[in-house]
Design a protein around this ligand. Structure first.
Ligand code: URP
Ligand code: ZN
Ligand code: ZN
Length: 512
């Protein structure tokens, strides 16, 4: 465990904060170039060959390696109170694991307790996270009920607290779920504030009815989870969310796209010009959901999450292909970890299994292995789907998500050929199992530089408790709102000529 440190202002830190990354291949979403990277005071200061730099600067030789923007995980749930328990990776352990895997920023979700206001919940998350995070973080806020007060609080969060994204749940009936009228109003509020609406897309009414039917029929095992919420239940809600958002011209980000059918909806609607983004997660591109239907019910419980992992074994490759072809845009982890004994809360009733799996640590390796190493995805697209697109959608770009002069020095030096075997015995996360247990992946972060500090040093993790900070996300991300504004300008009525209008006016006058 690393030692907690006091935050030392960057400008008071010494020449350790000067770093030259030499001889690597710099990969951004738009191309690759052989160049050196000079970092000072947490910022990328120069790119090029034969740079003139101060003496005493540490040099890292990145020959044969890729030098990429640190990963940004848009979807974590650290220390989340949920389904009668609490996720075990807290903001320290969770961000430490993120850094170990090559992720240098995470975005978590403020989810209010029952009777807690959005602002109180936000303050609680800030208090929990600020002192613990090992890397920078941002916050999305979940809107789990609807009222004029919630609408006011959304405005306050945007104007005073650096929030630009709100998540609405279409599942978890009687807990977080919003109905269509509420979604219309919440999406409209997001649009009016210049924010991005996010959804957990599953039809919560159908799930509740199906779950009851299955339990009444004696189906209590983990298979009941996926049976109660099959692909079309996800695809229907995804389609509905897309239509509602499109009708109010609000940008929409669909979290945790878990099925081919839901991914098909997103990729088709994007083709139709919707301002829409789809997120796959490490779990769904790394494994399928067949364990839920296996004889080992303990194992089946461990991979329960929502929307569920799909038993269709062709799902992971389909999602990776869509990620590489821009059918989907981002990869998160939806990291929400519960130990095996917490999962056992649902051993006699699948509806009581706490939902959530790991992924924050292994996300980058899984996407590299299943995408780039498998020959499906280019390194530039890897950067887009693990970092840049998230930075653009949530208005962190070009501060984050790119290796460029002036950007934060969040950098990963990636060995594309090194292999490792994923295991709970060696992972950093707090959770006592790993859904990718035993999987060999090719592609390992050798160095991870967080705001200019080497936090993984030749594969040795040196993450620092409390070193990260909260990053505000400004409203009206241009990457998103340029499209929204363009659509706003489009004429809605029929463009009639002056002569036609006069003809109608004359006819009206004649009738009067
Ligand atoms: O199963 C999941 N995804 N747990 C976390 C809550 C959510 O739905 O995002
Ligand atoms: Zn969700
Ligand atoms: Zn989630």
């Amino acid at each position: 465990m690393s030692t907690p440190v006091k935050k030392v202002p960057i400008h008071l830190q010494s020449s350790q904060n000067r770093l030259l990354v030499k001889n690597g291949k710099v990969v951004n979403e738009d191309g690759m170039v052989d160049t050196d990277v000079y970092i000072e005071d947490g910022i990328i200061k120069q790119l090029g060959r034969n740079l003139i730099i101060p003496g005493g600067t540490r040099t890292i030789d990145a020959r044969g390696k890729y030098v990429m923007p640190g990963g940004i995980d848009p979807h974590t749930h650290f220390e989340f109170e949920f389904m009668g328990t609490k996720s075990v990776d807290d903001f320290y352990q969770g961000t430490k694991a993120a850094v170990a895997g090559g992720t240098t920023m995470i975005m978590d979700f403020v989810i209010p307790r029952k009777d807690e206001s959005l602002l109180e919940a936000y303050e609680r998350y800030r208090a929990n996270a600020d002192e613990k995070v090992c890397c920078d973080y941002g916050l999305h806020v979940a809107v789990t009920s609807w009222s004029p007060k919630i609408k006011e609080e959304m405005a306050t969060l945007v104007q005073e607290h650096g929030v630009n994204s709100f998540k609405m749940f279409m599942a978890y009936k009687d807990l977080f779920m919003l109905h269509d009228q509420e979604l219309i109003e919440a999406f409209t509020a997001c649009k009016n504030l210049g924010c991005v609406a996010m959804v957990h897309a599953e039809n919560g009414d159908i799930i509740a009815a199906n779950a009851k039917k299955l339990l009444d029929a004696g189906v209590t095992g983990p298979e009941g989870h996926e049976m109660s919420r099959p692909e079309e239940v996800e695809a229907e809600a995804t389609n509905r969310a897309c239509v509602i958002a499109n009708q109010v011209n609000c940008p929409l980000y669909v979290s945790s796209v878990m099925s081919k059918s839901a991914a098909d909806v997103i990729s088709a609607k994007r083709g139709d010009g919707y301002v829409l983004f789809g997120e796959s997660i490490a779990a769904s591109v790394g494994i399928d959901g067949s364990a839920q239907y296996g004889n080992d019910m303990n194992k089946g419980r461990l991979c329960i999450m929502s929307p569920p992992l799909r038993p269709d074994p062709t799902t992971p490759i389909d999602l990776i292909e869509k990620l590489s072809q821009d059918g989907l845009q981002c990869t998160g982890s939806d990291n929400c970890t519960f130990n095996a004994d917490q999962k056992a809360l649902g051993k006699n009733d699948f509806t009581k299994i706490p939902n959530g799996v790991n992924g924050v640590e292994d996300r980058m390796s899984i996407v590299w292995d299943k995408g780039v190493h498998a020959g499906i995805m280019s390194p530039t697209r890897f950067v887009a789907v693990t970092s840049t697109n998230t930075a653009k959608i949530f208005n962190l770009y070009p501060r984050k998500g790119v290796i460029a002069v002036g950007s934060d020095a969040d950098v990963v030096i990636w060995d594309p050929n090194r292999k490792r075997v994923i295991s709970a015995d060696t992972h950093v996360q707090a959770v006592d199992f790993n859904i990718f247990e035993g999987m060999e992946v090719t592609g390992v972060p050798e160095y991870v530089i967080v705001n200019g500090r080497v936090c993984v040093d030749d594969c040795d993790l040196k993450a620092v408790h409390g070193y990260g900070k909260f990053i505000e996300t400004p409203v009206y991300p241009p990457y998103v709102y340029d499209q929204i504004e363009e659509r706003e300008k489009r004429p809605r009525g029929v463009a009639r000529t002056a002569a036609e209008m006069k003809k109608y006016a004359d006819e009206d006058a004649a009738l009067a």
